[in-house]
Ligand binder design. Structure first.
Ligand code: BGC
Length: 265
């Protein structure tokens, strides 16, 4: 199977760590020029871009807060300045600010919703506008591709994480609605829903005793690595998935099979 992305340009938001880092690396390895967006720490994004360039790829690092319309406009502007087009958006930026419902502040609620949901909305809107503006390019069958980073928590309720679960449930319906709206233009919009993947967002939950507990929720018996998600992103961005429209690929070791029901219920 040939998942090459040569001649294509990808923007990965939150590309300097965790899942975004792996997506950036693997899209670049598949031949795409990559714009590694970061929010507050330029060094890891710049280091990643440098290592992609050292390996013969093409990458730049661009700062910006995806929940701010002006920053998103600048992100797309810098991408066009550097690479002249946008073919792939991986709307990945996300955060957790966990608290019990009765303890959660409005700031915690709003911070998570604005980055995880509004950020993906603003980036998807900018991407669709750009795909239409630039028109057909002979690098891909689709006019453009958008990959939303969701979570198993778009369907699994998650006590103590109401802001995060609400944002991911919102992404599911946002993705499907945008996909339905733009499929006729030749734009493919899909999501990846990762389960427990070892990254900085869940370091304490995936190690030691807590890691053992977590494994009970994963029928496949291992905690995921960021590359598991990066590989799915490459496939969804490539023409190999050209007939895949408006769907969610669960990369979760079977977490959404609700293993607690084995011999139970
Ligand atoms: C969260 C992780 C969590 C996983 C499974 C992800 O969306 O970011 O912190 O371990 O879902 O619950």
């Amino acid at each position: 199977m040939d998942c090459r992305l040569d001649g294509q340009v990808a923007i990965v938001t939150g590309g300097s760590s965790g899942l975004g880092y792996a997506c950036s690396e693997q899209l670049a390895a598949a031949g795409a020029a990559v714009v590694v967006n970061y929010h507050s720490h330029p060094e890891p994004a710049e280091d990643l871009a440098a290592s992609i360039n050292d390996k013969g790829g093409r990458a730049i690092a661009v700062g910006g807060d995806v929940s701010k319309e002006a920053d998103v406009a600048e992100l797309f502007g810098e991408t066009l300045g550097a690479f002249g087009a946008v073919d792939i958006l991986v709307a990945n930026s996300g955060m957790q600010k966990d608290a019990a419902l009765t303890e959660m502040t409005l700031d915690q609620w709003e911070a998570v919703l604005s980055v995880n949901l509004t950020g993906q909305f603003l980036c998807a809107q900018a991407a669709v506008r750009q795909f239409e503006r630039q028109g057909r390019r002979d690098v891909s069958r689709a006019l453009g591709k958008i990959i939303c980073m969701s979570s198993v928590h778009q369907v699994i309720p998650w006590a103590g994480h109401v802001n995060y679960a609400a944002s991911k449930g919102g992404i599911m319906m946002m993705m499907q609605t945008i996909a339905q709206e733009v499929a006729g233009k030749g734009i493919r919009v899909n999501s990846i829903a990762p389960g427990a993947i070892r990254t900085a967002i869940n370091e304490t939950e995936t190690e030691g005793e807590k890691g053992e507990q977590l494994l009970k929720l994963i029928p496949y018996g291992r905690i995921g690595v960021a590359e598991d998600v990066g590989k799915a992103a490459v496939w969804l961005a490539s023409d190999q998935s050209d007939y895949v429209v408006g769907t969610t690929i669960f990369v979760d070791g079977g977490m959404t099979l609700y293993p607690a029901f084995r011999g139970n219920g």
